[in-house]
Design a protein around this ligand. Structure first.
Ligand code: K7E
Ligand code: CUA
Length: 629
């Protein structure tokens, strides 16, 4: 028996075991189960196989995962980091939400980063994607959209915190988001989904649907400012970039510009919009743009007939857009059509030169099953498409699908695997980069139904781990998740270099330190109270188990800012600052400075304490704020 055979055997046993437990009749690989296994037998077998198998999902206690997975938290508004293949949740990164553990949304630093949307406490994150160099993840940033409030945020991967956030003007609901892959991520691209009047001032044309537009948005990845927007016909859904640095493509559903469900699904065909980056940049340079709503963001006209775009008709209401890692194809996923449309990227030059017709760029339209939403790829020419209605993943071969399109009698479907249940996105290890390695596939299922202990009317989603290293897909893990991962991306750990301590004077809190300097305070050595009219700034250091100040005094009604610097140099020693009865709490990582501002509106003694368990004397790490009436 080869290592791979043993691994497969283990997986079949695991599947069979689980299905039996739930009383299912559909036993996959039932022949592999000769006799009922005891838990101990299974555990020892799993362990033995894990140590021998080439692609085992079993990660022993204390062992580290091979991949980082970045998960969107959907309408929780956050981003999560999971280890793959263990599927252990390693960290949560609050972004569009508010988080009382870290103080995200409460601290002065996070409010500055959130900027004009600091007052918004909610969000709906969908698409986390990492910056790239030459089509490979570079471990620098992860970008994420907020559909609910039309925002895009950036996470710095050295500290794993959100460091930039912008609200996109002239649009509503930022949905699909990806990055420029080649030569590097100069731009983040994203779609404005909901169409609105271009000047949305409530004065005119609000009910005249003909004035509604949807925009494609191009953001500078370093400055996080909008480079330009492109007006299109129809609305936009998902998007992706090529591997040549030339084209972006977005799916469009509702080309009808309908305002209700019935109107939105009348047309038999919608389209994919392809954007020429060079032509768009040239148009911006030449000043061929307009501005709207009183801001100065250049808006290009990329509607039908424009030289900036091409419209490729595809069947009804496409959803996902995915570029194959060999750089040859854009795949648009049919959603209401059982097909996906394969667009040849090589043919786009001819399309933009008007040498071929739009539909000539489509070189395959394989029928896969009901409700294809998103497609992922391995490194062997296979694609994996989620079938929402069928609750399956279809594995198909791209070159065979092209051959079939050309009239050859070949079966391009390799396998269909049941997933549980109703998958949306799926994602393969490094599958949206040149490093696609064909080892793991995640299926992000929208329903878990009977897969877990019931926990009330609200159930978790189910993110399933599938081994795709062999000829057959093997389901190896059920991963319950909180509302609602839409998408994830998987990056090999060799690409990541997260810091263990915060750098002193890090840009994350540079403004806080600049204020301290103005106040004549060195936050790395001093604890001091500065009064500035009705404003009081309280600087204190912290070293386990002590705050630099065991008390400080303010007057009732003062606006108080507490600035804490954690001087501990020990990895993993985080302190907290929590003021009782004031809704004030935050994290201060080792060597970090963090600040939070509140009104001292309660007289008398108000205790503050460290709320991260940091030391045997952590309970004693507290002090008093005296508020004089
Ligand atoms: Cu398909 Cu927002 Cu990418 Cu959800 S989207 S599934
Ligand atoms: Cu510092 Cu607990």
């Amino acid at each position: 028996m080869s290592n791979e055979d043993k691994s497969s055997n283990k997986v079949e046993l695991e599947n069979a075991d689980r299905r039996k437990f739930f009383g299912k009749t559909a036993l996959l690989g039932a022949g592999a189960v000769a006799a009922p296994m005891t838990a101990a037998m299974f555990a020892s077998m799993a362990k033995a196989n894990a140590s021998e198998a080439g692609n085992s999902a079993f990660v022993h206690p204390g062992d580290l995962d091979e991949y980082y997975g970045f998960w969107s938290g959907g309408h929780s508004g956050e981003v999560r980091i999971l280890g793959i293949p263990s599927m252990r949740e390693l960290m949560r990164i609050p972004v569009f939400n508010t988080d009382s553990a870290t103080g995200w949304g409460l601290t002065d630093e996070s409010k500055r980063i959130k900027g004009d949307s600091a007052h918004l406490l909610a969000g709906d994150s969908h698409h986390p994607h990492m910056s790239m160099t030459d089509g490979r993840y570079n471990g620098k940033y992860v970008f994420i959209n907020d559909k609910a409030n039309s925002r895009v945020a950036r996470i710095r991967c050295d500290i794993m915190k959100c460091d930039k956030m912008i609200t996109i003007p002239n649009v509503q609901a930022i949905h699909g988001l990806r990055v420029q892959k080649v030569p590097h991520t100069k731009y983040v691209i994203c779609n404005g989904e909901f169409e609105i009047p271009m000047n949305n001032d409530g004065k005119s044309s609000m009910r005249d649907v003909d004035t509604y537009r949807s925009l494609f948005n191009v953001i500078d990845a370093e400055t996080m400012e909008i480079a330009f927007q492109v007006m299109v016909d129809g609305n936009l859904d998902n998007t992706d970039a090529d591997y040549d640095g030339k084209y972006f493509a977005s799916t469009c559903y509702n080309s009808e510009m309908g305002m209700n469900l019935g109107e939105m699904i009348t047309a038999e065909r919608d389209h994919v919009v392809v954007f020429s980056l060079a032509r768009c940049e040239a148009a911006v340079k030449a000043g061929k743009f307009k501005t709207y709503n009183g801001n100065n963001v250049p808006v290009l006209d990329g509607r039908k007939g424009s030289e900036l775009t091409r419209y490729i008709p595809v069947p009804k209401s496409p959803h996902g857009m995915n570029t194959s890692p060999n750089g040859k194809y854009f795949v648009a996923n049919g959603k209401l059509s059982p097909t996906v449309s394969v667009i040849s990227i090589k043919k786009l030059d001819a399309l933009f030169a008007n040498k071929i017709k739009p539909r000539d760029a489509i070189i395959a339209e394989p029928e896969l099953g009901l409700g294809p939403l998103h497609t992922a790829f391995d490194n062997k020419g296979n694609a994996y498409t989620t079938l929402f209605l069928d609750s399956q993943i279809a594995k198909w071969n791209v070159e065979d699908a092209i051959a079939a399109h050309n009239g050859k009698k070949v079966n391009y479907i390799r396998q269909k695997l049941d997933v549980h249940y109703q998958p949306g996105h799926n994602h393969t290890s490094a599958g949206e980069t040149r490093d696609a390695d064909g080892k793991w596939l995640i299926s992000l299922c929208k329903f878990s139904k009977d897969r877990f202990l019931p926990v009330g009317p609200l159930r978790p989603e189910n993110d399933q781990l599938i081994d795709i290293s062999g000829d057959e897909m093997k389901l190896v893990h059920d991963g319950p998740t909180y509302a609602e991962p839409h998408d994830c991306m998987i990056v090999h750990r060799s690409k990541m270099k997260p810091l263990k301590l915060w750098p002193r004077n890090d840009p994350f809190f540079a403004e806080t330190i600049a204020q301290a300097k103005k106040d004549g305070v060195d936050v790395y050595t001093q604890s001091k109270v500065i009064r500035d009219g009705k404003k009081v700034r309280v600087y204190m250091t912290s070293v386990a188990p002590n705050f630099g100040l065991t008390d400080f005094t303010v007057k009732l009604g003062d606006e108080v800012t507490v600035i804490v610097t954690n001087l501990d140099q020990v990895e993993d020693v985080t302190h907290g600052f929590c003021l009782t009865n004031h809704g004030v709490q935050m994290e201060i990582g080792p060597q970090a400075t963090a600040s939070i501002t509140f009104t001292a509106d309660k007289p008398g003694v108000q205790w503050y304490y460290c709320n991260w368990f940091c030391h045997a004397l952590h309970m004693e790490m507290r002090g008093r704020m005296f508020v004089e009436a």
